[in-house]
Design a protein around this ligand. Sequence first.
Ligand code: ATP
Length: 270
Amino acid sequence: VRARVMQVDHSPDVTYADIGGLDEQMQEVRETVEMPLDRPEMFGQVGINPPSGVLLHGPPGTGKTMLAKAVANQTDASFIKMAGSELVHKFIGEGAKLVRDLFEVARENEPAVIFIDEIDAIASKRTDSKTSGDAEVQRTMMQLLSEMDGFDERGEVRLIAATNRFDMLDEAILRPGRFDRLIEVPKPNNEGRELIFQIHTRDMNVADDVDFAELAELAGDASGADIKAVCTEAGMFAIRDDRTEIARDDFVDAWEKIQLESTDDTGNSL
Ligand code: ATP
């Protein structure tokens, strides 16, 4: 079970240079996660406990996972990822044990960054905690809280959690002393979108008529993940047309296609 839910990645390949438009967030993550991993002895010398972890919150596809991977890469830490939804839905009755295992695996792989995606799945406000499914989720959350509270003995292990549903989180997990920082990771602004277009086309054969500032303007409200999809799709348009260079119109068509697809998925436009 352990092997199937926990992905241990000893050298994640994302770097800070791959992330566009999140300078402030990057700075905060570096301060709270990178410093204690790089210079753990400082905290002992100063006589304070190192920060235990951060919570990233914001819409899907904005770079939360990337931030966690980049910090693990930068510090040569193992990256151990688990999704909250898998903890409670896939292995019924195993949630609390999996949380225990997760922190144990992290200790075995020190220095390590634990990334728990969709933390809302195990740490939501509950309206009715009497049903058995909820009791299981509750146990899983209690285990997580107790692991978080025991953090000062954990050596070089840091926790990064992420959620798209900040408003749903149980107060217990937000209590001071549990997460050191709550960091909002929003959709990119105009400038951020332009940067993200540049990042994702770095290795692409792009025509001279492509203006990323124009595309950034056009793709208002796109997330980083949407922009990545647009770039790949633009390449596909060129290939279908038997061209090796990607033109402005390929990007424009790709953006239209991505918008249509996301409308189909959710019933709403982006
Ligand atoms: P979710 O909440 O859905 O898990 P997330 O916020 O963790 O999403 P990521 O998995 O980090 O999002 O992003 C998905 C993909 O979108 C990345 O692999 C990357 O290609 C692209 N992407 C997202 N945000 C950015 C960004 N700020 N800069 C560059 N690429 C980005």
